[in-house]
Design a protein around this ligand. Sequence first.
Ligand SMILES: C[S@@+](CC[C@H](N)C(=O)[O-])C[C@H]1O[C@@H](n2cnc3c(N)ncnc32)[C@H](O)[C@@H]1O
Length: 549
Amino acid sequence: MPILNWIGKEKIVNHDKEVPFRLLRKNKKYSLGKSENLIIEGDNLEALKALMPFYYGKIKCIYIDPPYNTGKEKWVYNDKVNAPKIKEWLDRVVGPEGEDLCRHDKWLCMMYPRLKLLKDLLSNDGVIFVSIDDNELTNLKTVMDDIFGVKNIVANIIVQSNPRGKQQMKIAVTHEYLLVYAKDITKVKLKDAELTEKQIKEYNKVDDNGRRYREIGLRKRGAAARRVDVPNLFYPIYINPKTDAVSLTQSKYFTKKSIPLLSNNEEGRWRWSKKKFGNNKDKLIGRIVNGNKWDVFEMDYLLKEDEQKLTKYKSVWVDKELNYEKAKDLLKQIFNGRSPFDYPKTTFLLKRIIQLITNQEDLILDSFAGSGTTGHAVLDFNKEDGGNRKFILVELEKNIAKKITAERIKRVIRGYFYKKNRGEKIRVKGLGGGFEYVELGEPLFNENGMINEKVSYGDMARYIFFTETHTNLESRNIKENYLGRYGDYHYFLLFDGIKNNILNRKFLKEIKKKDGKKIVYADKCLLDEDILEKHQIIFKQIPYEVKIY
Ligand SMILES: C[S@@+](CC[C@H](N)C(=O)[O-])C[C@H]1O[C@@H](n2cnc3c(N)ncnc32)[C@H](O)[C@@H]1O
């Protein structure tokens, strides 16, 4: 498989492992109520890392809309990987080599470690959707193939977001892309789409029981449609001209013969085997076509056993609701007639993505949140189907995160007014819910590798349990110094700030109550080797033996 190389790659491929673990700190002033929805202000590299002890392998749907790297720096956000915080980060991580980076090198350096962390957060049956345009499509595709694996490609969807087309181009480009990858394609279950009005109109026939259906030719069309392609799917079918019923055998009722013929009269083939024909012949019907030839059709019903018929989503999305102008218009309504953000996505796009992959309790993450379309779409979708999906949004820029992302979500939760063209005031009802606004706090370890003084027991417990087990520890499961059992081990943590955390005889009494092997994290151990061995205890010294994820 071709592997992409770029300046700075060596420094970046394992950089996700070097990113410090920061604590997440709630900012009450910008939060709304108590909720599991999160808006995180900060660089998503650190934010994603901070989420690991809570959400590793738990996110069902990730949507990201990273800067397209168009070179535009004057939008509300920087679309050239040149935002001061990102520039400072690149200089620090890539070093002097960084001076030679071109725009595309920088973009790849920025994306690679973030995509790796996103993959870790995705659940085994989860899917990631990435919006992109021609500027970075090929780079993104190669990097996604590398990180997620070619076998996990779900689709490369064309999204017509600008039906008028970009007039400055030689050919007016109307579309962008949505790259879709699974964490593990064998575990993914995508939902089907409801039929459009146009598709429903195709069901223009009604059977004796009043059920609507359409006729689809039984003859195979398109590729591999000739008799020589699949010889055993060529056989004669006999039709009763009075009832239109079909049979594999000729008789005094079934007198009219039909064989599959291509439009050039070459022998074709049917779509169904004789066995399938035998089991489903009541769904077939014979009919004269072109005045004299008998042909056979499948009756394809609109409702299957009273359930609405669904259809697979196609890879080209041209719905008029995807027009980016609609997204701007919606932001104008929410923000008193002025759109505060350049090129937001439509809630229609996000709701389709949510519909495709999530169930009512799932988690959805967007780590390039911008105006917060993903959060808005989650709330909207929940309102429609009574679901309880949760969102996590991450936005780098303080001003965007506070004044646009969080502000939009607040307004749509509470409801808002907007003025129609003639000044008429329209009230949009609130969607309800809430969110916690979170900022990145101190790193867990300081520059000398020591535990930060501000780290709480819960922070430490979650971090240690995660690095040991790659699973997340629920706060309610922490009992005194006992974190729980995972696999063959019981986990204990002695941590009361950064002093006097000693594994001694007194504590031994407590942990002896658990049968089997135990791992105990503490500052010091006063027990002899043979006592540790006797009680199957492995002592791990804080901070030196705390693993780095
Ligand atoms: C293309 S916009 C996303 C627009 C969004 N989909 C919407 O509908 O509003 C990209 C956003 O990602 C933010 N961003 C860029 N780099 C980031 C980073 N490292 N961490 C978090 N956010 C970042 C930018 O500030 C910008 O708001």
